[in-house]
Design a protein around this ligand. Structure first.
Ligand code: FMN
Length: 196
């Protein structure tokens, strides 16, 4: 079983989402010792913004294809997704622009768009300074809602969030958010719900 582990926070050692993705991968690896983990740090090695290229040998196109192949090969994808200005980091968006590709992970048909990347499971460590889940600010959450939409668009319905929020409110709230996230992580298994 292959797992792709992605981080996209710019905060390095201070990042909450990085701590949580590491904990998620450790939890899954403990359960499945032969789990084949591939790690990519989208902040330390940022991808270029998508742009047209002259031909397929262009370095950005080659790197983009590598992202797509890594993604397509993975059974489980663990993504660290901090909320930046109500959405995701531009580093993570640059990766999405390389893996949501017509003819590869989705296609348009006479009946509308069809996802081609189904069968994967995506676990997202969602970190945010404020609180949005079941709160009056829920409508401003374009981070989790976007990720769920874009992954659903390419056929991935098994999307789970491990959430740490209210991190900027104060030490007490941050500690409670981390405890809650770690409790959720302790319950994770390497279960895959494949279509029959
Ligand atoms: C550029 C930037 C924009 C942010 N925008 C928001 C925001 O819109 N809403 C929010 O609740 N927190 C916001 N935050 C706070 C982060 O979501 C919070 O610090 C979170 O812990 C970041 O994840 P990380 O610790 O993995 O880097 C922002 C932080 C940064 C650096």
């Amino acid at each position: 079983m292959k797992l792709l582990h992605l981080d996209s926070s710019a905060l390095g050692g201070y990042s909450v989402s990085r701590q949580l993705t590491a904990d998620i991968v450790a939890q899954l690896s403990a359960q499945t010792p032969d789990l084949d983990v591939h790690y990519r740090d989208l902040a330390a090695q940022p991808l270029p913004h998508w742009a047209p290229v002259a031909d397929a040998s262009d370095p950005a196109a080659v790197l983009g294809n590598q992202m797509l192949e890594e993604f397509q090969a993975a059974d489980i994808v663990v993504i660290g997704a901090p909320m930046y200005n109500f959405s995701i980091s531009s580093q993570l968006k640059a990766w999405i622009d390389r893996v949501v590709v017509a003819g590869k992970t989705f296609q348009y048909t006479a009946n509308g768009p069809q996802g081609l990347a189904g069968g994967k499971r995506v676990i997202i460590a969602s970190s945010r300074g404020g609180s949005y889940h079941n709160s009056p600010y829920a409508a401003m959450d374009f981070q989790e809602s976007y990720l769920r939409s874009v992954l659903g668009f390419i056929g991935i319905t098994q999307v789970e969030f491990v959430r740490a929020e209210g991190l900027a409110v104060g030490d007490e709230q941050k500690a409670a958010a981390m405890t809650s996230a770690r409790t959720a992580i302790a319950g994770l298994t390497t279960r895959l719900e494949r279509a029959a």
